[in-house]
Design a binder for this molecule. Structure first.
Ligand SMILES: Cc1cc2nc3c(=O)[nH]c(=O)nc-3n(C[C@H](O)[C@H](O)[C@H](O)COP(=O)(O)OP(=O)(O)OC[C@H]3O[C@@H](n4cnc5c(N)ncnc54)[C@H](O)[C@@H]3O)c2cc1C
Length: 375
């Protein structure tokens, strides 16, 4: 594939995924309880081989998976992505024993994974994290709080990032795999606007040893960034999938809804807005695919391109979903309508995995670092 088009096999795979999402996964999602992990849905993602595909994929496959699932069923998309976020640190930095214990269960959709980086005092500034790891008879005791953790408190294990060297910011963080049944670990669910499960974690002297470590001591920030760098363009792909779903619904609605003696699409004020939605969605698609392909090819400038893709796609999806609501009128706001659901879903990706402002900072930093000084 070039950065600009998919090959026929990739296009067919995306259609197949969208159909699976609509026909097989959306009915399971509808039976789930908002704010709670949907285990039957996860098991189906395992049985359909989609979680296997997730862990075998590069950034582009990950984007196509997330975009196509999001077009048909955002709950399935998010459940899949969260298995990746919690599971990739184990895949890439875990010991053989950790990988053998957890990854087959994660891939089957039987073990629920979570990624616990954020804290009340450390969100965008993740290197400020303070969850304390104090040395204790050959291991450590973890004490502190994590918040806004997707899948908490119902996950089966957590990738926890803890402070092993005080005052060293990113250079003093260690990653641990903490099973949910470890004594001293508790959690509380939070009710959020976005429908997926999120909670806080409280760690009260939770004992961990070198066998629980992911990677090396004080190198845990690199474990987090390794996963986040892979996932950043794919957050854009999730947003893109939502934008495409909203656009498809709007084309259909405005072509068939009549007012003032004709279809809404006959009003130029309407059709031009639909054209704008389509143009921005297409631009987002190109940025996301190009950033993902650059990541997979090991090209330079990946942080900037991934940041541009995440920034533009998430901001575009917000615009497209909001405009879709406007052009549907009251029906879009009825509880249970596709757009009512997307309107709630589309907001959070502009904040997590680096808020839009943080993406602009990444882009600007690279531009100025690469500036050719004038004589
Ligand atoms: C739905 C959802 C799911 C999440 N899931 C997880 C998870 O699974 N694991 C996890 O660890 N965390 C998770 N998070 C937390 C997420 O990573 C943080 O919310 C994010 O890092 C921002 O941190 P914060 O909310 O503390 O905002 P703050 O860091 O307090 O920032 C608030 C706002 O200030 C502005 N701002 C911040 N920094 C800058 C800057 N450098 N320049 C300009 N403006 C700036 C931005 O507008 C930003 O939105 C989740 C969040 C949400 C909403």
């Amino acid at each position: 594939m070039t950065a600009f088009s998919l090959d026929p096999a990739q296009t067919a795979w995306c259609e197949e995924l969208r159909t699976l999402a609509l026909d097989r996964l959306a009915p399971l999602a509808a039976r789930g309880e908002p704010g709670h992990v949907n285990r039957p849905l996860l098991a189906a993602l395992g049985e359909l081989g989609l979680l296997d595909r997730l862990f075998g994929s590069g950034a582009l496959d990950l984007c196509l998976l997330r975009e196509s699932l999001a077009r048909g069923c955002t709950e399935a998309e998010t459940a899949l992505a969260l298995q990746g976020l919690g599971g990739f640190p184990v895949l890439r930095s875990g010991t053989l024993a950790q990988r053998e214990r957890w990854l087959p269960e994660v891939r089957a959709g039987r073990a629920v994974a979570a990624f616990a980086l954020s804290e009340p005092g450390a969100g965008s500034d993740a290197a400020a994290l303070a969850l304390d790891a104090s040395p204790d008879s050959g291991g450590w005791r973890l004490t502190g709080e994590k918040c806004w953790i997707s899948n908490a408190p119902e996950a089966d294990f957590y990738t926890v990032f803890a402070r092993t060297t005080p005052g060293a910011r990113a250079r003093g963080v260690t990653a641990f795999l903490v099973p949910a049944d470890r004594p001293g670990l508790t959690g509380t669910a939070l009710e959020m606007l976005s429908p997926h499960p999120i909670g806080t974690l409280a760690l009260d002297g939770v004992r961990v040893t070198a066998d629980d470590m992911l990677g090396e001591p004080d190198k845990g920030f690199a474990v987090a960034m390794d996963t986040l760098n892979l996932f950043r363009p794919s957050v854009g792909a999730f947003a893109l999938g939502m934008a495409r779903a909203a656009l498809d619904a709007t084309v259909e609605h405005t072509a068939t809804r009549t007012a003032f003696g004709g279809p809404l699409s006959g009003l130029q004020a309407v059709s031009h807005q639909v054209a704008e939605m389509a143009t921005r969605t297409e631009a987002a698609r190109l940025l996301v695919y190009a950033a993902a392909a650059a990541h997979d090819a090991g090209e330079p400038g990946v942080p900037r391109r991934a940041a541009m893709a995440k920034l533009y796609a998430t901001e575009t999806a917000q615009f497209v979903v909001d405009t879709a609501v406007q052009l549907h009128g009251a029906r879009a706001l009825r509880r249970g309508h596709l757009l009512e659901h997307l309107y709630r879903e589309v907001r959070a990706p502009r904040i997590y995995e680096g808020a839009s402002e943080v993406q602009r900072t990444i882009i600007a930093k690279e531009l100025y670092a690469n500036r050719e000084p004038t004589a």
